[in-house]
Design a protein around this ligand. Structure first.
Ligand code: SAM
Length: 280
């Protein structure tokens, strides 16, 4: 692979199993002039594992803003750089957003070297709809704020994905159990790609039992996924009204109510009342 000068490569690294590093990731990490890393000690271990001895530059949440000019200057001077995080894809609940935005504004090329990300790995085995999903990252640490955030987020009709740590997974699921419908499906993917990888799938009370039943189940890294909310009555009311509007043009109000009730499962009486109102 040809490493282009003056380019930042945003490189995904494994989320646990080092066998998940990609061929292109290794070529880039070896070929660039410097590797920017969230934690240089962690990344040194990764590079050493693959026999790569490249220069590491620390780039984390606390120094990212102050490093922007220096990194852009290196790139404008013709160097090539890689950006990695501790695990998975940089910028996904990890540093790098300010850097990429800054370089974009300066028309400095940024190239993706894709690979592992916990959110995608978890969704791919959750058995929840993935045609639409929303990634909510980490929830607030304090219970009251977390419950408030969850109460808002779980209203969404698409699958919701959260990152959670071992310190908070139990507290988070306890909060969730207080506010979510007990029949909604929840899935937890734990320690993906690692030795003690596990996926649990059930309702929130079953998940709570599973977590409390074995303290090992609370260890490691977690992706929590929640089935989307059922469409609200507003949406079904609109659908029922549309159906009745069509039917009363063709058949009597009574027949329209009967057919609409059979199709939607709404009580015949309610359909009849709505049909009467629609007929004016
Ligand atoms: N950039 C990473 C990515 O692409 O997934 C995410 C970094 S974020 C700081 C770390 C969080 O990702 C963990 O707290 C956990 O929620 C999730 N995570 C990372 N690795 C994981 C794994 N192997 N199994 C389950 N969740 C994981």
């Amino acid at each position: 692979m040809q490493i282009e000068s003056g380019t930042l490569y945003v490189v995904a690294t494994p989320i646990g199993n080092l066998g998940d590093i990609t061929h292109r990731a290794l070529q880039v990490l070896e070929g660039v002039n410097r590797v920017c890393a969230e934690d240089t000690r962690n990344s040194k271990k990764l590079l050493t594992h693959f026999g790569i001895q490249n220069q590491l530059v620390a780039l984390h949440d606390h120094n990212e803003q102050s490093k922007l000019k220096q990194l852009a200057d290196w790139l404008l001077g013709g160097e090539s750089l890689a950006l990695i995080s501790d695990a998975g894809t940089p910028l996904i609940s990890d540093p790098g957003y300010h850097l990429v935005q800054y370089l974009q504004e300066k028309d400095i090329p940024v190239v993706s070297i894709p690979g592992a990300s916990a959110i995608i790995a978890a969704l791919s085995i959750a058995g929840l709809p993935t045609d639409r999903f929303i990634f909510e990252g980490f929830l607030p640490a304090k219970s009251s704020a977390r419950k408030q955030a969850l109460a808002e987020k779980i209203k969404q009709t698409c699958t919701q994905v959260y990152y959670e740590s071992s310190h908070r997974i139990l507290a988070c699921v306890i909060d969730l159990a207080e506010i979510i419908e007990p029949d909604r499906k929840v899935v937890v993917a734990r320690e993906l790609t690692k030795l003690y990888e596990q996926t649990f799938c059930g309702n929130v009370n079953e998940l709570l039992e599973w977590l409390q039943g074995d303290s090992n189940h609370q260890k490691g890294e977690f992706v929590l996924m929640v089935q989307g909310a059922r469409p609200t009555n507003d949406t079904s009311a609109i659908a029922l009204e549309s159906l009745l509007t069509i039917l009363i043009k063709e058949v009597s109000v009574k027949q329209a109510a009967k057919i609409a009730s059979q199709i939607t499962g709404e009580p015949k009486n309610s359909c009849y009342k709505i049909a009467l109102t629609l007929q004016g």
